[in-house]
Design a protein around this ligand. Sequence first.
Ligand code: DCP
Ligand code: MG
Ligand code: MN
Length: 351
Amino acid sequence: CQSTTTSRGHAANSEAANMLEDLAKLCAVRGGDGSVFKERGFKNAAGVLRRLGVQITNIQQLKDLRKHEPQRVRGLGDSVMKELSTFYEEGRMHRLDGLEADPKLKCLKILQEVGWVGAVKAQQLYDKGVRSIEDLRTKGLHLLSEQAQICLSRHEDIMQRMPRSEAAEIEAVVTKVAQSICPGVICQACGSYRRGKSHCGDVDVLIRPPEGQEDSPMFDDLIKRLVETGFITDKLTLAGGPHRPGKSQSFMGICKLPGTGRLHRRVDIKFYPTSLFAFAVLYFTGSSHFNRSMRSFAKIKGLKLSDKGLCRVNTVNGEEVHRFPSYSCLREEDVFTALGLEWREPKDRDG
Ligand code: DCP
Ligand code: MG
Ligand code: MN
C-alpha cells in the first residue's frame, strides 16, 4: 500500500486534510487554554497527510504506518487518529460536526473575521450580547480598539480576498511612488502573492534600498505621499518610524485603487535595510506554518531565525543568554544554505 499513489488517494488525503484544517481554525476561534496547541496539532496533522504521497483509504493503513514507519506520520497523535478513523469509516469527523453545529462558536467566528478582533475580544463581546456584525456596529463599537473600528467600517470589502492581478496593481502603485521618491529602490510583494496564490487576503509589499546602498530614508515620505494621493484610505499601525539608520519600518493599513468599482484592500508595507532584506523576504513570504518549521529547525541547530537575521545563540535552560552577530545573507537562498537546507520555491511553502 505504500508504493501506490493514485489521484483518488490524493483526493481522499486532501479531503481529510481540509477537514483537519477546519478543525484547527475552529479550535483557534474558540480560544481558551491550550487552543493554540490544538490548532497547531490539527494543522500539523493536515500537513503530514498532504505530504504523505500515499493513498490512504482506511485507518488501518495509518495504524500500520504509525507502527512500522512512525517518522512518516509524526504528528498523527491519538486525538487526530480518532477523527481520521471516523473520517475513513463515515466520511465525517465527529469533533468537527460538533464544533460546526455550535451556535456560539459560529458567532465567535463571525466576530473574529473583523481585523484586530481576536479570540479573547470576541468572547468579551459575546458576553456583552454581541452576536453579529450588525450588533457590533450598533452596540459594540465602544468595546473595539481603534484598529478594529476601522476594520469594521471596511469589513464587507476587506473580508473578500482579491484576485492576484489586483495585488499586482497595488504592488505597482507602491513601487511607482517609492521609485519617484527614491530612484532605484526595490519593491517586492511577498505573502500569499509570492507563494503564487490565485487570491490574496492582503498585499505584503517589502521595500529595500537601491543596489549598492545599505539604507535610504524614504519610508516616511512614501507613506505620506500614498495618503496624500488618496491611495491609502486608513492607517492601522505605523511602527519603527521616523527613519533611523539600519532599522526596519512597518505600515499596516487599507488602500483603494483609483477608479470606480474598486474595493478597499488591506495592505502591509515594510522597509528593511539591505543587510536584513533577505531575512524579511523569507519571513513575509511565509506561510506562517512554513516559518514555524524553519524556526524550529534553526533552533535545533542552536540558531535563531527571525525577519532580521539568523544568529547563533547561547542558551541556559532554554533561556537565551548570548546572541552572536547574524550570518550575512544577501539573497533568500543564502539563508537556506546557512541553515544547511535545500532552497524551496515559494509556491511549495504552504505545507
Ligand atoms: N507571518 C508569520 N506569523 C504571523 C503572521 C505573519 O510568520 N503570525 C508571516 C507569514 C505570512 C506572512 O507573514 O505568510 C504574511 O502574513 P499575512 O497575514 O499577510 O499572510 P499571507 O500573505 O500568507 O496570507 P493572506 O493571503 O491571507 O494575506
Ligand atoms: Mg498577505
Ligand atoms: Mn499581511
